[in-house]
Design a protein around this ligand. Sequence first.
Ligand SMILES: *Cc1c(COP(=O)(O)O)cnc(C)c1O
Length: 394
Amino acid sequence: MTAMFERELDILLEQDLMRTQVPIGSAQGPRVALNGREVILLCSNNYLGLAEHPALKEAARSALERFGAGSGASRLVSGNCILHEELERRIASFKGTDAAIVFNSGYAANTGVIPAVAREGDLVLSDRLNHGSIIDGCRLSRARTEVYRHRDMDHLESLLRSNTAAHRKLIVTDGVFSMDGDIAPLPDLVRLAERHDAILMVDDAHATGVLGNRGRGTAEHFGMEDRVHIQMGTLGKALGSFGAYVAGARDLVQYLLNTCRSYLFSTSLPPAVCAASIAALDVLEAEPWRREKLWDNRERLARGLASLGVNTAPSGTPIFPLLVGSSDRAVRASQKAFARGIFATAIRPPTVPDGSARLRATVMATHSEEEIKQAVAIFGQLNDEGYFSHGRPG
Ligand SMILES: *Cc1c(COP(=O)(O)O)cnc(C)c1O
């Protein structure tokens, strides 16, 4: 029996696709203690440094005292903690929508919402580089799924034109693509959705707290807040907490809470997590300098890499795909980076398409100028050693 898994593992090992995990003895700060060594952390999605923010920790501590550790059951079974309701009100007001509903994770949101919205006889149109949780949501839905070429609006339109028999149509896209750091062409997506009477769903996992004047995400970035039907986002990345949300019309939210299987059949978020998320929304508003610093750091790293001739296209965000190509060389590049003082994981298939393994570097508001300078120097060495390919990912 176990020999079967051993063989599978041997195959992964041979293909340089074996995953390993590393122990970290500190918060997700600009530097972390990894196997007893202090290295610059360049692969966390804790973009604003909120995960270790004193206000989030204090909010979680006091909620823990008052409400206990766990929530006990699904909300439809044992009731809402008042913090679930407060968090949803706060998210709706943050996003400028009528209502919001929270999920236990972005993965749970996407695998719950997509099958609830698109059923047998319906059509889902999904960008080729959408996140794995969207792919799984499409697989769980009984709808026909058509995958359009990355950001290719002509392809999307031709698929919309050739599938007119579908009852309901859902277009789903990452707002910020998680592995390439480019931004979805929202104005075109909105136009196509409106023209073809399709529902538009945007996944703001990497846009929440990052894009837009107030960090409200992709729709705010493009000034199209009222034209995206389903705005999904997560609370575990820039917001430094855990969980996810969908913001939208009241009917949509009521429908989701009645039909999303990942919502119905799962114990709800612990109260302390909700309290931390609420505190994160406060900090986002009270400390706009964090987002400014994030974007300054993003420009600093982009300039540094450009000066070395390292191609960071198509990134327009704090996510930099440093394309290597083969999985074995990506792993080696990551090991060398680590030996020199940077923690940047090698990202390999199936997280990214075959042949596009890479280091995915993410910069945070909490990095110092000196840390970014060091990172650029280390990536420069790797570039001199020929690790980075000059093609485009995807
Ligand atoms: C991380 C991520 C998710 C999953 O969110 P979790 O809260 O980590 O489960 C969903 N979509 C995208 C685009 C992501 O990057």
